[in-house]
Write a protein that binds this ligand. Structure first.
Ligand SMILES: Nc1ncnc2c1ncn2[C@@H]1O[C@H](COP(=O)(O)OP(=O)(O)OP(=O)(O)O)[C@@H](O)[C@H]1O
Length: 627
């Protein structure tokens, strides 16, 4: 698990501010001659200023001044070089950046962000540039190693959907204590090259929800957000790790339902789109001092996700797309006013840095003497899985939804101990004393664990053999309709309710006394636990552990732990007594705190009491042995 370094630490440098940069891009006329006759309702004055006819008085014009004005002849390359490229280097230094296109339906947002084969937009250009920047840094051998990955999502009807894995449902949005916005369960795909990005991105874009409206033949009905993450790790001790994120956002078009002719589902979509854009506008107002200081980020999924880009810690660029036709006049006027307001927003970018724990560092090849630049990187895949991938190798055609077996990021106690000892070399005296204490404490823990394990093994052997003979006999002679008593030498008798019948199973040397509960009762019991209600009547928490083979128990425990640390949403839900809510909580915890070191860590989750944990543990150990 990584340790967070505060934003004010030396690595982050002095805190500084960065205003949201606003560019306006005017789309050329489309093929409608009659619109052209009226002349454009908006026109550029120079590379920063533009004017629009004043609707209150047609003889006047209103002037606006922006960071950049791109006229109707501007090429994709010019827009990229002048407005987008300057923010990209920040993401190599652990800072966040975002570029988003805003404007009415049909004004050119998707053209600007995505573009076409002949005229690639900001997204492909920005990603290509990120690869260039990273390769240039690698060539300098500056002591850092870099890893690039991507995630891609859309917000459709206030649902967060994973475009790299379209079968997933609405994903939750979480915030950690450092105000980082996280989406547990979102696919993250490592990228080795730009062409690999292309092969992932193009099919994923086709998953995006689009439908035509009267205004635009191919109108985007969702907000699409592409996230490019650059993680760089210092090769030498202390192993600092910096994470920079680039958000590339194509917003859905704001639109007037009277003009778009929306009905039915299209009307519902428009409601969601306009609500999120309205909230976006309220957020901008609040950041500019209105609304008494409360910034309503939480009022829509879009603003929650863009929290970092507006008034947060990102270097942000907003490209406002406008159209020249008079039919767009009011939309253009509104968009320009929104852009002018956004220009005043000030962000506070800082470096996000963590220190890798010794257990992670000690497992890396460089600690075994290697310092090759093509050394494998640790990367997260979907649902918080960790894997080792060589960044210079083009991975096989694994799908983004595919899951890989995962090894927990925290080592065993012994691994950690060894790593700690190794770290003592070259540590100042005061810290060394503290570390020595930790080492001594860990050693003591190991001794205690070993003693306990021995004791349990002996108990299990004694109890197991006595019970095996006894229960085998009883299972054979008891009539089915009678309740058998499950023999438990030295231990208390299990409480058996009138609806239960006990069965004795012997599997792989383990003796398990399974309670049979009538199906409807079992269902009720399980749903009560997963809904958060404590178990009332029957005590299911009897001393069952002592009847199990210690090594088998340990194996099952490891299996559960590995699912907790590496399981997908579906796999987590496959655990006994874990429903959708708990599975998402587990993923959120994992995202924020890293791997669970032991199954018992589950008790740290909200709503998992000791009793509920005990039910969970028992049910899963039994079911894993039963498999
Ligand atoms: N700068 C430009 N040069 C040439 N064609 C453009 C330009 N901007 C937009 N277009 C064309 O205008 C049409 C509408 O643009 P686009 O689909 O990008 O609008 P949009 O704002 O994304 O709309 P929506 O909100 O509905 O998604 C498209 O056919 C697009 O190719």
């Amino acid at each position: 698990m990584a340790q967070r370094v505060g934003a004010g630490e030396p690595a982050a440098g002095p805190k500084r501010t960065s205003r949201v940069r606003v560019a306006v891009r005017l789309r050329p006329y489309m093929d409608k001659q009659d619109d052209k006759g009226e002349g454009p309702c908006v026109r550029g004055l120079d590379s920063h200023r533009l004017e629009i006819v004043n609707w209150r008085n047609a003889t006047e014009t209103l002037h606006y001044d922006f960071d950049m004005f791109h006229d109707e002849k501007s090429t994709q390359k010019e827009v990229f070089v002048e407005s987008v490229k300057p923010v990209l280097p920040h993401i190599l230094n652990g800072q966040n950046a975002s570029v988003f296109a805003y404007g009415p339906t049909g004004a050119g947002k998707t053209h600007t962000m995505l573009g076409s084969q002949e005229q690639p937009g900001m997204i492909p250009r920005a990603v290509r540039e990120v690869f260039h920047l990273v390769r240039a840094q690698e060539a300098k051998e500056d002591g850092w190693e870099y890893a690039i990955s991507m995630s891609y999502l859309e917000i459709y009807n206030e649902k967060v959907l994973d475009l790299l894995c379209p079968s997933t449902q609405d994903l939750p949005i979480r915030e950690d204590k450092d105000h980082n916005i996280l989406i547990p369960g979102l696919t993250t795909t490592p990228l080795a090259s730009f062409s690999e990005f292309d092969t992932q991105f193009i099919p994923a874009s086709l998953n995006r929800t689009t439908a035509s409206t009267k205004l635009n033949q191919r109108s985007s009905r969702s907000h699409a957000i592409l996230l490019i993450k650059v993680v760089r790790t210092r090769r030498v001790h202390p192993h600092r790790q910096q994470t920079g994120k680039l958000y590339l956002v194509d917003l859905a078009g704001s639109e007037d339902n009277r003009r778009t002719g929306n009905q039915g589902i299209r009307l519902k979509e428009s409601g969601a789109i306009n609500l999120s854009l309205f909230t976006l506008s309220k957020v901008v107002d609040a950041l500019n001092g209105a609304a008494g200081g409360r910034v309503p980020y939480r009022d829509s999924k879009l603003t929650r996700l863009l929290q970092d880009s507006l008034g947060g810690s990102a270097h942000s660029v907003m490209i406002t797309n406008v159209a020249p036709e008079y039919s767009y006049y009011f939309d253009t006027f509104t968009a320009l006013n929104f852009a002018a307001k956004s220009k005043q927003i000030v962000n506070r970018p800082f470096v996000r840095e963590t220190l890798l724990q010794p257990s992670i560092v000690s497992k890396r090849p460089r600690d075994q003497g290697s310092s090759s630049s093509s050394e494998p990187q640790r990367k997260r895949t979907r649902e918080g899985k960790e894997s080792k991938t060589d960044p210079d190798r083009v991975p096989s055609s694994s799908t983004s939804c595919s899951t890989q077996p995962q090894s927990p990021s925290d080592g065993t106690v012994l691994d950690r101990l060894l790593a700690l000892e190794k770290m003592l070399m070259g540590t100042p005296e005061k810290e060394r004393l503290h570390l020595l204490k930790t080492v001594a404490q860990s050693r003591k823990e190991i001794e205690e664990l070993k003693a306990k394990q021995k004791e349990l093994e002996t108990k299990a052997k004694q109890g197991g053999s006595a019970l095996r003979e006894d229960s085998l006999f009883k299972t054979n002679v008891l009539p089915l309709h009678r309740k058998p008593s499950c023999a438990r030498p030295k231990k208390q008798q299990a409480v058996v309710s009138p609806l239960q019948v006990s069965q004795v199973h012997i599997q792989q040397g383990a003796l398990v006394c399974k309670s049979y509960i009538a199906p409807d009762k079992k269902k009720k019991e399980q749903s009560e636990i997963s809904e958060g209600k404590e178990n009332g009547g029957v005590d299911v928490h009897t001393d069952w552990e002592s009847h199990m083979d210690a090594s088998l128990m340990e194996k099952s425990r490891e299996k559960i732990l590995s699912t907790l640390n590496g399981g997908s949403l579906k796999e987590l839900k496959g655990l006994q007594l874990i429903g959708d809510k708990k599975a998402k909580l587990i993923m959120g915890w994992r995202e924020i705190h890293g791997a669970f070191t032991q199954v018992e860590d589950l008790k740290k989750l909200e709503g998992i009491t000791a009793k509920r944990f005990s039910s969970f543990f028992k049910a899963n150990i039994l079911s894993s042995i039963g498999k």
